[in-house]
Design a protein around this ligand. Structure first.
Ligand SMILES: Cc1cc2nc3c(=O)[nH]c(=O)nc-3n(C[C@H](O)[C@H](O)[C@H](O)COP(=O)(O)OP(=O)(O)OC[C@H]3O[C@@H](n4cnc5c(N)ncnc54)[C@H](O)[C@@H]3O)c2cc1C
Length: 432
């Protein structure tokens, strides 16, 4: 008999499991694949450490994951990426602001666009952009008269922050909330000094093992509900009992675990149809140097962004070698069309190899990932925080939900991290 069974060893399940184990609860975590980490898992090859596509931590040292790790006594150190750039049509690098000062220097903007940018930021910080629930980023820019370089800038910020290349789909409210959080914390993104495995996943696994077990290669087939209460889970080996069950499985897949029809919850039914974000991630492992830039780099064609991750965290590549990682968001509908996806990939790779000539001759190996689910939810106007499932399902006691499809704040992985804290506070009544 366990205190908590956690279904799924993604980052949210690991974080929540670690916090509960740290409090002395007996945990059993089941992960269907052979390794934990879920969509944040880490792969090693020939001395290169490859994240599952670019994996920067939103708000870095001020992030929810940093709070979780501090809470379990395993604080993490982050490194800040350096100056960011946009590579213009003619392959010239233009400074891409990551804070207010950058707007004054960047050649991306005219004088009046600079003034406009400052006005927008002041209005945003003063809470002047409320009531944007039904607006897309495109509507918002139009309403604000945002044009030219500033429009190009916000389009790329929206693409990277909300992982949605289409401003006609991305939610203006989610956009301004996330920009506001960056302005408030003063941190855009950072990277774990020794990588995700050493600094995040490894310490969480160790913490869970202090009072619990992790069983990989075991799929949970069903959450057992008896008398309106979660009492355990069923796997191929039988029923395992627990006082509480936590599900860290994207909402779209929850129908495999629960009899959704019987629960008669409209919100639960609509959660099965949430649209995720999608895209292609490309990694190049390179002999020698690719570029001296240690910040994020953006392309507008195709809309994409990446970095030489080994320039930010040198231990991600062997000495004298480099690792470049790039991500191209593609709408989930387009992702289903193979020829379109290949088209994006070809455009991306030829642009990358033109901008960074070292990729042509010096590549040791290349990896391409086609990801139907990047973030669990696309932040469009129909999938905002309050429209998603909370940490509990009405009518079932002792069953909790975490992960990046729940109603936690933020975007992408940050939703997963925030959800682990929100769910922990709901379960324990404590604070992180
Ligand atoms: C290419 C790419 C780039 C990304 N970049 C960033 C980034 O830069 N910054 C950022 O913040 N976020 C990023 N993300 C998003 C981030 O990785 C996810 O938001 C986060 O990992 C989601 O974690 P989770 O725990 O909610 O879900 P998941 O990672 O999906 O975990 C769910 C786990 O449950 C397991 N599981 C499912 N069903 C069962 C079952 N029946 N029994 C047992 N186990 C089961 C799965 O195998 C999986 O391990 C990126 C994602 C991708 C794919």
């Amino acid at each position: 008999m366990y205190d908590f069974i956690v279904v799924g060893g993604g980052i949210a399940g690991l974080e929540l499991g670690a916090m509960l184990s740290h409090d002395g609860h007996r945990i059993m975590l089941f992960e269907q694949s052979e390794r934990v980490g879920g969509r944040s898992f880490v792969h090693s090859k020939d001395g290169f450490i490859l994240d599952n596509g670019i994996h920067l931590v939103r708000f870095g040292r001020k992030s929810a994951v940093a709070r979780v790790l501090r809470h379990v006594g395993k604080p993490i150190e982050f490194v800040s990426p350096g100056t960011a750039y946009l590579v213009d049509k003619d392959d010239r690098f233009i400074l891409f602001p990551t804070g207010p000062a950058g707007f004054l220097k960047s050649k991306l903007f005219t004088f009046s666009e600079r003034l406009k940018a400052l006005k927008v930021m002041v209005k945003l910080r003063a809470g002047g952009y409320r009531g944007l629930d039904r607006y897309t980023v495109e509507d918002w820019m139009q309403g604000e008269g945002i044009e030219g370089g500033l429009k190009r800038y916000f389009r790329l910020v929206s693409a990277s922050m909300l992982v949605c290349s289409m401003t006609s789909i991305a939610s203006a409210r989610a956009f301004v909330e996330n920009v506001d959080a960056v302005l408030k914390t003063g941190v855009s993104v950072e990277y774990p000094l020794h990588g995700w495995q050493n600094d995040i996943i490894g310490p969480l696994v160790d913490t869970i093992k202090q009072n619990g077990e992790i069983t990989t290669g075991t799929r949970v087939d069903e959450v057992v509900i008896e008398g309106g209460k979660a009492t355990g889970v069923r796997t191929k080996s039988g029923t395992i009992r627990a006082n509480n069950v936590i599900v860290d499985v994207p909402s779209q897949e929850i129908g495999h675990l629960l009899d959704v029809g019987a629960l008669k919850s409209e919100r639960l039914r609509s959660a099965l149809g949430l649209v995720p974000t999608s895209g292609i991630a490309v990694d190049y492992a390179v002999q020698g140097s690719v570029s001296g830039i240690d910040g994020l780099i953006y392309f507008e064609d195709p809309i994409s962004f990446g970095c030489v991750v080994s320039n930010i965290a040198p231990s991600m590549a062997p000495a004298g070698k480099s690792l470049l990682t790039w991500f191209c968001p593609i709408h989930n509908e387009e992702m289903k069309q193979k020829d379109k996806v290949i088209g994006y990939q070809q455009r991306l790779e030829s642009r990358l190899e033109r901008v960074f000539p070292a990729l042509k001759g010096d590549t040791l190996f290349k990896r391409v990932l086609y990801m139907d689910t990047v973030d669990g939810v696309e932040l469009n106007i129909n999938q905002l925080q309050e429209k998603r499932l909370g940490y509990v399902i009405d009518g079932i006691d002792n069953l909790y939900l975490v992960g990046d499809t729940t109603a936690a704040a933020g975007a992408g992985g940050d939703i997963a991290h925030e959800s682990s804290i929100g769910c922990y506070e709901k379960i324990t009544g404590g604070t992180v």
